[in-house]
Write a new protein. Sequence first.
Length: 136
Amino acid sequence: MNERRNTRKDKETIKPEDILAGHTPEVQAVAESLRKLVKEAVPEAIEKAYPGWHGIGYRHPQSGYFCAIFPQKDSVKLGFERGVLLPDPDGLFEGAGSQVRYVHVKDRRDLRVEAIRKLLRAAIFYGNRKIRKPRE
């Protein structure tokens, strides 16, 4: 009688496709384009679904966690863990926090492939570097 039922999938069995399920075809298409771009730019990256974040994260064997794809209601955010350190000459980043920056994509046609590829490679280069807060 006190049997506990777990109606959520076990975290280990959740796949990136599960994160995208239920989103519009447009959001799924943008997310899939970003997944492909990450895999092409950083082939050694390890992809993992993070249901608590509702995202698809990427780790590099040497650099650690470097980015994630977050599907939204009508768009997708590509988050860079140490985005504050990365050069962004194309002005793609949004956010003003002390660490993470996002590239916000609403339509696949808006994907700036070369600029995002540069950001992905820079994220690997900057890797696990510490973010130093300015002294007050």
